[in-house]
Design a protein around this ligand. Structure first.
Ligand SMILES: [Zn+2]
Length: 121
């Protein structure tokens, strides 16, 4: 409920809403651009953050160099909360990939600038 001043008033909170994909709770989440999967992931992370279930370090194999790398519980929670995929590359390969991407970006800007300069000659 919203009063004349535009302030919201919460009259009731359903602490145990139905979580089926076609229930009102999920419909309300969709109004906030959250998918059903997103809602479930956030509930799981919130539950985990409350200390009721403990995540452990996850050991993954880097798709680039083949070395093992650790994904910490906080990284896992971040990925789940934001609906990101788990990292596929180790820290070093991620840094290397980001550096190459940045160099490509600079290369494109340089090319774009050259094209513009040629247009004004
Ligand atoms: Zn790697």
């Amino acid at each position: 409920m919203v009063d004349e001043a535009g302030s919201p008033w919460v009259l009731e909170v359903n602490a145990n809403p139905c979580l089926s994909p076609n229930a009102v709770f999920v419909a309300a989440a969709e109004r906030a651009d959250l998918t059903f999967k997103h809602v479930v992931n956030r509930l799981l992370v919130t539950h985990s953050l409350a200390g009721r279930s403990e995540m452990k370090n996850k050991l993954l194999i880097c798709i680039q160099c083949g070395n093992e790398f650790v994904v910490t519980p906080s990284e896992q929670k971040r990925c789940i909360y934001h609906n990101f995929d788990m990292p596929k590359r180790c820290q070093e390969c991620r840094k290397h990939k980001a550096k190459i991407k940045q160099q490509e970006e600079w290369g494109r800007k340089g090319k774009h600038r050259r094209v513009r300069e040629e247009q004004f000659e």
